[in-house]
Write a protein that binds this ligand. Structure first.
Ligand code: FES
Length: 163
């Protein structure tokens, strides 16, 4: 389904400040992050001060204020995952991508972030990738996952160029 425009997201919600979180969720879902422009449009439409929109958007970790890579890895650094080597996995991802958590690789393919718990502690170390959970991760499994995503990204790009 093609992403909805801001106009479509805000339609029927004008001057309804109580719709702020739903609007931010829709923006996040459609664009992958909440840009300054989107915050301004939401503030103007809902009748909420821009500062309040920013406060809410930056409070919830589920809302991203910067774009992510095509493949976004969320790595758990909670205690259960940490004692099973999660820190090494994060260092490996950062080294393979060549960017720090919160940044996007120059080709736009990857970004990584770390969180405190993904809620499946017994299966750690856990990595969430584009909505899929990978459990009992090891450096070898992570390397294969990244290689597979990189191959897929390259193929997608070639298919777009052929069309
Ligand atoms: S500590 Fe990693 S899933 Fe809970």
């Amino acid at each position: 389904m093609p992403p909805r425009t801001m106009e479509q997201i805000l339609k029927g919600r004008r001057s309804q400040p109580n719709q702020l979180i739903e609007v931010l969720q829709d923006i996040q879902e459609n664009y992958g992050y909440i840009s300054k422009e989107a915050m301004k449009a939401a503030a103007d439409s809902l009748g909420v001060p821009l500062m309040e929109v920013y406060r809410v958007a930056s409070f919830y970790k589920a809302f991203k204020l910067k774009p992510c890579g095509k493949n976004h890895l969320i790595m758990c650094m909670g205690t259960a995952c940490h004692v099973r080597g999660a820190r090494l996995l994060l260092e490996q991802a950062v080294s393979q991508f060549g960017v720090n958590p919160g940044e996007v690789t120059p080709d736009g393919l990857f970004s990584v972030e770390h969180v405190n718990c993904l809620g499946t502690c017994a299966l750690g170390p856990i990595i969430r990738e584009n909505g899929s959970y990978h459990h009992h991760m090891t450096p070898g499994k992570l390397r294969k996952l990244i290689e597979s995503l990189r191959r897929q990204g390259t193929e997608d790009r070639q298919n777009v160029q052929v069309k």
